[in-house]
Write a protein that binds this ligand. Sequence first.
Ligand code: SF4
Length: 60
Amino acid sequence: MAVKIDQDACIGCGVCEGLYPDLFRMEDDGKAHVTDLTAFDIDLAREAIDECPTEAISED
Ligand code: SF4
């Protein structure tokens, strides 16, 4: 499983980074970006998908 972020939908709230900082990182553009991971925690990724207020995160 991998995830992607709809940059137009992201409002930069930081919820995803707070839940799973190894996967999601806030960058200078004020948006969350997905980092490359070798170990992937599906449960945390799914929680971030569920918690994102704008439903910007989806499975890729
Ligand atoms: S939780 Fe959603 S809206 Fe908030 S920073 Fe992450 S992707 Fe953007």
